[in-house]
Structures are given as structure tokens and as C-alpha cells.
Design a protein around this ligand. Structure first.
Ligand code: SAM
Ligand code: DTB
Ligand code: SF4
Length: 331
């Protein structure tokens, strides 16, 4: 008999730990079952990222090539002109993307001309019929409401890692502040996109902590990006080894089981994965990718490679704004 789907927000840490440590093939099987009961497993959402303001960031996120204190090859630029951003969004739509995510290397949103420009662009992209997402750093309640009014669908703000490991990665803003931004986004009725990065030197315990925090938020995030660290020369994490594929699969499968309705996004790190490795991630419940040869500042697979992947695995792009169709119980 099929496992009934319950949306649970009272996961204990021990339960999350037990799921995370399930033998890998059993874990993938269970996650695939959950995935298939709520989503069409052939559908993978194709999203496009654009760095609308690059580099020169005052924060100290150890993984990030855009922090001004590290010396990386990233070419900084100010906020792009609105027309350029809208043009890129149109191109993304024509190439088959249904979600457009704009990233800015800001610590936080500041009220003023640049934020007003972002609001205008959000409106423009929403009018194209795409899901619009932004990731602009910390946000207060008022700013979240303005973004909502402009037509923003989702806001990305990652927890990045577990609370205990967090200060080994970032010291310039706290975990509590991250959670406050997520609450501001949620209260403005914007869909929440929050996940993290693996491969930064964290332990299984830290990954379990992060998944536990995400799955026990007052509401599950609608979107959970799982990033493999892209180790960039010049950042403190430049020497980190590539994370084993099994760890990616384990993270994706656990996220899928804990937060069945969420879009689990196979985010950074695909450029170093084979077709077979990516197939395992989809089997484990990932149902979204970023397309285009660049993420924000680092390389991503070419369009042709992704076309081939979709054709080989019989995948099709998931339409915009699609809700899960199946029945589930909430506890
Ligand atoms: N400045 C904003 C912020 O930090 O919230 C928005 C942009 S920031 C680049 C968005 C997310 O990208 C980060 O939270 C992090 O999870 C991810 N990211 C950044 N650099 C990365 C890297 N080298 N490898 C993997 N993920 C990365
Ligand atoms: C997320 O979790 N991953 C995306 C998106 N949210 C904004 C960003 C990945 C960035 C990887 C490093 C870079 O290209 O600069
Ligand atoms: Fe700045 Fe965001 Fe990069 Fe941190 S992750 S340094 S806040 S751009």
C-alpha cells in the first residue's frame, strides 16, 4: 500500500536524523514515493537566475565570490538598467524558463531609488507571466509588503547551514536575522524559498540541524534550494573538496520527505555532475533546476546539455504557478 502523505511541521530532530541516516537506496525509494504521490515526476521546473547587482558586498559569507573583502575574479557592477533586466527575463522565457530570479549582492534592501527600480522590474517580469523571485539580502516587513504589491511571487533567503555551524561561515549577520527576514516574507504572503549549501566543511549534524529548522518553520518553505558549494578561488572555502554526490542525494531525499509539497531545487553544482548523478537527484525528489550557462557569477551547464538531459530522462518543463494536485493531510 502507498504511504499516505502527511504534511508535518512538528518533526523532532531525532526523526529528521533517522530519515537522513536511512540507507541510501531505501532513502531514495521513500523520497521517490513521496515525490510521486504529490508531483508529476516527469516535470522539472526550469528557472533562470540573473545577478542584477554583482560584487562589492560588505558581508563575509565564506563561500561567496561577491564579498568585497575576498579577492576573486568577479567583475562587480552596479544595479543593471531595468530595460536590460527585462530583456534578460524575456530571453529566459523564450528559452523555456518559467521562473526568473534576480539576485543582488546586498547585505539588506535599502529604501530608495534602487529599491524602487527593483519594484518596477518585479512588476514587469510578473507581467510576462513568469514566476518572479528575488534574493536581495535582509528585508523588513514594509519592504516585503512593497515587493508583494509589485507582484513578487517568491523571495529567496537561505539559512545556508545549521545554526551551530553558521558562525564559521558568516559573522556579519546572525541566524536570528535570517529567520526574521523569512518571517517578514511569510507575513507579506510571499512564497518562501530557503535552503542551503553543502560541502563547506559542515558535519551531518549541521545538515540535519538545517533541515530540521526548515521543516519546523511555522509553514514549510514552498521552495528549498540545495546547493553544492562552488569553491571559488580567492574565497576562504577555495580549497574545499567537491561534495560527494551521495551527500547531495541524501539532502534532496530528506528535504523531499520532510517537506513533500516543496519544490526541491537542484541548484549550484550541476556543472560538475554527470547525467547519471543528476538523474539520481531527480529520482530522490529534486524537481527544479537553474538553466543557462551562468548561475549568478559561476558557470552552469550549457542549454544544449540540459536539452539532452531532459530528452534522455524524458523530463518536461513544469509550468509556472503549478500547485500540487494530490490530496494530503496537514498535522
Ligand atoms: N546577497 C543576498 C543574500 O546573501 O541573501 C542574495 C544573493 S546570495 C549570492 C544567494 C545565495 O547563493 C546564498 O545564500 C548562498 O546560499 C548561495 N551561494 C552563494 N555563493 C555560493 C557558492 N559559491 N556555492 C554555492 N552556493 C552559493
Ligand atoms: C540559491 O540557493 N542558489 C542560487 C540562488 N539561490 C540565488 C545561487 C547560487 C549561486 C552560486 C554562486 C554564484 O554563481 O555566484
Ligand atoms: Fe553578500 Fe549575499 Fe554573497 Fe553574502 S551571499 S557575501 S550577503 S552577496
Amino acid at each position: 500500500m502507498k504511504t499516505p502523505i502527511t504534511l508535518k511541521r512538528d518533526w523532532t530532530r531525532a526523526q529528521v536524523e533517522a530519515i537522513y541516516h536511512t540507507p541510501i537506496l531505501d532513502l531514495v525509494f521513500k523520497a521517490a514515493e513521496v515525490h510521486r504521490s504529490l508531483h508529476d515526476p516527469q516535470e522539472v521546473q526550469v528557472c533562470t537566475l540573473l545577478s542584477v547587482k554583482t560584487g562589492g558586498c560588505p558581508e563575509d559569507c565564506a563561500y561567496c565570490p561577491q564579498a568585497s573583502r575576498y579577492h576573486t575574479d568577479v567583475k562587480a557592477h552596479r544595479l543593471l538598467p531595468s530595460e536590460t533586466i527585462l530583456e534578460k527575463a524575456k530571453e529566459a522565457k523564450e528559452a523555456g524558463s518559467t521562473r526568473f530570479c534576480m539576485g543582488a549582492a546586498w547585505r539588506e534592501v535599502k529604501d530608495g531609488r534602487e529599491f524602487d527600480r527593483i519594484l518596477g522590474v518585479v512588476k514587469g517580469v510578473a507581467e510576462l507571466g513568469m514566476e518572479v523571485c528575488c534574493t536581495l539580502g535582509m528585508l523588513n516587513e514594509d519592504q516585503a509588503e512593497k515587493l508583494k504589491e509589485a507582484g513578487l511571487h517568491a523571495y529567496n533567503h537561505n539559512l545556508d547551514t545549521g545554526e551551530k555551524f553558521y558562525d564559521k561561515i558568516i559573522t556579519t549577520r546572525s541566524y536570528k536575522e535570517r529567520l526574521e527576514t523569512l518571517a517578514n516574507v511569510r507575513n507579506a504572503k510571499i512564497s518562501v524559498c530557503s535552503g542551503g549549501i553543502i560541502g563547506m566543511g559542515e558535519t551531518d549534524e549541521d545538515r540535519i540541524d538545517m533541515l530540521h529548522t526548515l521543516a519546523t518553520l511555522p509553514e514549510h518553505p514552498e521552495s528549498v534550494p540545495v546547493n553544492a558549494l562552488v569553491a571559488v578561488e580567492g574565497t576562504p572555502l577555495e580549497e574545499q573538496k567537491r561534495v560527494p554526490i551521495w551527500d547531495m542525494v541524501r539532502m534532496i531525499a530528506t528535504a523531499r520527505i520532510l517537506m513533500p509539497k516543496a519544490m526541491v531545487r537542484l541548484s549550484a553544482g550541476r556543472v560538475r555532475m554527470t547525467q547519471e548523478e543528476q538523474a539520481l537527484c531527480f529520482l530522490a525528489g529534486a524537481n527544479s533546476i537553474f538553466a543557462g550557462d551562468k548561475l549568478l557569477t559561476t558557470p552552469n551547464p550549457e542549454q544544449d546539455a540540459d536539452k539532452e538531459l531532459f530528452s534522455l530522462l524524458n523530463l518536461k518543463p513544469r509550468p509556472a504557478n503549478k500547485n500540487v494536485g494530490a490530496v494530503y493531510q496537514e498535522v
